[in-house]
Design a protein around this ligand. Structure first.
Ligand code: 5GP
Length: 186
């Protein structure tokens, strides 16, 4: 599965609410050579989210069709929705940037690491469980049940942090970004 661009893949992962996307956005502002794959999901868009930018938003039947067509490099069912990285996304990003980052949850991250062992994986830890709960709750369109489900998932996910190449505690954004920047530019 590895190709000549294998050295250019970065996996940024961690529980929902650990700040993965915020960290990536700040990282991309600091490092113009890194681009992010756009994931595909069956989740409904939240306020302000744009199709083709934040995600490719598709229906469940379209998603299942793409699984059948083997279009996904990895996909998972997470909090009752499907999420996946299309094979075409890595090439799209690497055509434009030197480095491609996948900002995804834990199971997908570990699957990508199996496919691309030389991909560099970074696990972002929230500074505390209280902070994590607050960050998850801040998102719109989430019931109490969704919140509890995501907290339980987050606790299980954090147990897997030692399977990553690096663990970074996302406490102060600038410090986190500096640490991740140094990891990817080693
Ligand atoms: P959210 O619904 O909050 O946008 O995302 C839920 C979780 O799915 C987050 O942890 C997010 O990083 C993860 N995720 C987003 N896209 C993908 C993907 O393509 N593959 C996998 N495995 N996880 C994804």
């Amino acid at each position: 599965m590895e190709n000549q661009k294998k050295g250019c893949l970065y996996i940024i992962s961690g529980p929902s609410g650990c700040g993965k996307n915020t960290v990536f956005d700040a990282l991309a502002a600091k490092d113009p050579h890194i681009g992010q794959t756009v994931s595909t999901t069956t989740r409904k868009p939240r306020d302000g989210e744009r199709d083709g930018v934040d995600y490719y938003f598709i229906s469940e039947s379209e998603f299942l069709q793409k699984i059948d067509n083997n279009e996904f490099l990895e996909h998972v069912c997470y909090a009752n929705n499907y999420y996946g990285t299309l094979r075409s996304e890595i090439d799209r990003v690497l055509n434009e940037y030197e480095k491609a980052a996948l900002v995804i949850e834990i199971n997908g991250a570990l699957n990508i690491k199996k496919l691309y062992p030389s991909a560099v994986s970074v696990f972002l830890m929230p500074p505390s469980l209280e902070t994590l709960r607050e960050r998850i709750a801040c998102r719109g369109g989430m019931s109490d049940e969704d919140l509890e489900r995501r907290m339980q998932t987050a606790l299980q996910e954090m147990e897997q942090r030692y399977l990553y190449d690096y663990i970074v505690v996302n406490d102060i954004l600038e410090k986190t970004v500096e640490e991740v920047y140094n990891i990817i530019n080693k």
